[in-house]
Design a binder for this molecule. Structure first.
Ligand SMILES: Nc1ncnc2c1ncn2[C@@H]1O[C@H](COP(=O)(O)OP(=O)(O)OP(=O)(O)O)[C@@H](O)[C@H]1O
Ligand SMILES: [Mg+2]
Length: 195
């Protein structure tokens, strides 16, 4: 399902939908209304890890400098798997993409295109610790992939793409919910149907 974000006056249905998105994102619906943010949200079934990688490649092809991509979902849901495929799609070789479980951040520079900062904030004790990792530089200059984005609290920019992974019908399957803020919404057209 793809909702049209063109008309910024929310309809009743959109308002109800915003409440559902707000409930999922932890953002109060009245705040979304006040900021005139009408995110779009849709759900995809990912049959296996290859499907997760294909989604990551398609998002990578649409990403640009300054983007923030929040990778949400429980332990083992596939956030690092998604990030790995995203980073490889931009040119990193297989061995070069460790999970930042302990380092909290890994930085990838490419011959062309913006740097990618891959964060795993599970071990962050308070949001301000992310400033010591240089997260403001990442927001300004790079593409930020952020596992455990909830740990950032108010430091997570409102303008971001949220990719939430959840268990699917089998051990290999995942259900992914994408929630796009305005700059992302038009870029997601044709996702998972154009390659
Ligand atoms: N459809 C799928 N998408 C992603 N990963 C899958 C899928 N099916 C199976 N897997 C497996 O699930 C595991 C996902 O692990 P991964 O480290 O990516 O999770 P995570 O969400 O980053 O966990 P953590 O919260 O500990 O960082 C991997 O072992 C991967 O092979
Ligand atoms: Mg991980």
């Amino acid at each position: 399902m793809l909702l049209d974000a063109g008309d910024r006056r929310p309809t009743l249905a959109q308002t109800a939908w915003q409440s559902r998105v707000a409930a999922r994102c932890g953002a109060p619906a009245d705040r979304l209304k006040k900021e005139r943010v009408v995110p779009i949200s849709f759900v995809l079934d990912l049959a296996d890890e290859a499907a997760t990688a294909r989604l990551a490649e398609q998002v990578a092809a649409r990403a640009r400098r300054g983007d923030v991509i929040a990778l949400a979902g429980p332990l083992g849901s596939g956030k690092t798997s998604f990030a790995r495929a995203f980073i490889r799609a931009l040119g990193a070789s297989t061995e070069e993409v460790p999970s930042p479980t302990f380092t909290l951040v890994e930085v990838y520079a490419f011959a062309a295109g913006p740097t990618v900062w891959h964060f795993d904030l599970f071990r962050l004790r308070q949001p301000e610790e992310a400033l010591e990792l240089g997260i403001e530089e990442a927001f300004a200059e790079a593409i930020s992939l952020i596992e455990w984005p909830e740990r950032l609290g108010p430091l997570l920019p409102a303008e971001h793409l949220r990719i939430e992974l959840a268990p699917g019908r089998s051990s290999e399957a995942r259900v992914v919910t994408l929630t796009a803020s305005p700059s992302w919404a038009p870029r997601l057209a044709g996702l998972m149907s154009d390659g």
